[in-house]
Design a protein around this ligand. Sequence first.
Ligand SMILES: Nc1ncnc2c1ncn2[C@@H]1O[C@H](COP(=O)(O)OP(=O)(O)OP(=O)(O)O)[C@@H](O)[C@H]1O
Ligand SMILES: [Mg+2]
Length: 296
Amino acid sequence: MAETVTAATKIAQQADAADGLAAGDAASLLRFEDVTVAFAGEQPVLNRLSFNVRRGETRIILGAAGSGKTVLLKTAMGLIRASGGRVFLFGEDVTNKAETELFGIRSKLGMLFQESALFDSMTVAQNVAYPLLNQRAIVMPKDQMEPTVRSSLRFVELENTMDKYPSELSGGMRRRVAIARAVVTNPPLLLYDSPTAGLDPITAHTIMALIVKERDANNTTALVVTHRYQDGNLVANFRYNPNSGRLDPVGPEGTNTIFMVMKEGCLVFEGSQASLEACTDTYVTKFVKRPQLEAA
Ligand SMILES: Nc1ncnc2c1ncn2[C@@H]1O[C@H](COP(=O)(O)OP(=O)(O)OP(=O)(O)O)[C@@H](O)[C@H]1O
Ligand SMILES: [Mg+2]
């Protein structure tokens, strides 16, 4: 049966051809091979984790508090180092690379930290400009700085807050600024740590809609940590429509979304939404039920 080739698939294929990969063999952007992380003398907080994120995928990472989701993302970035196993970024083994050797590769990663982690003493514009000024692999001419920051803030519909301070914004607006900061360098791989945590349902939806828009407008690959099943459901079943600016249901072809469930540092589930919903494991099913159904 002929496969539906979307514009995003075509772009991914062109990028893979540039990487010397055959069609259908999408490049690996992040690979964990038997990765263990243990802090001094403690039990491992990541326990022999293996997975491979290919270009064009969105990974939804679910799991209880303390199961290792943030440590997973920080290990991917090289902010936490693996005690065992290997981490590959963009095909390159970064496990034991010195901090200085990571600058180039880090510039291809965008990260939204848990709780946004904006600098309170900087304006919104300064916060968004931070990666442009502080990632040593990025050299941007001074005159391009302001338009780049502005365009990133326009993407999250907060262009009018350039000169405000984070304390003057609502929690949802701060999260949007954090997204603008994560995407300002146009990274092909984005890591979002709990982008909807602590937000009301409507604001959480707005944030997830931005994440879907970023994926579809820029063909980015992403890992999204969340406690909310509906966040994964939105990513898996909706696509950004550039003409209407809204999200449209994708129909049966779906999107390239893979779910992962973490439990006590181990990856206990990895697969499609359909197989997640069919999974009968009692721990895994806790993350599938929607809150309104649980409440009923
Ligand atoms: N720097 C550190 N030193 C020691 N232990 C740590 C460190 N960072 C995280 N941990 C431990 O690693 C485990 C996993 O933490 P992590 O922050 O990844 O959880 P999480 O899944 O992101 O939880 P949450 O949903 O609450 O954000 C926890 O037991 C935590 O205490
Ligand atoms: Mg966390």
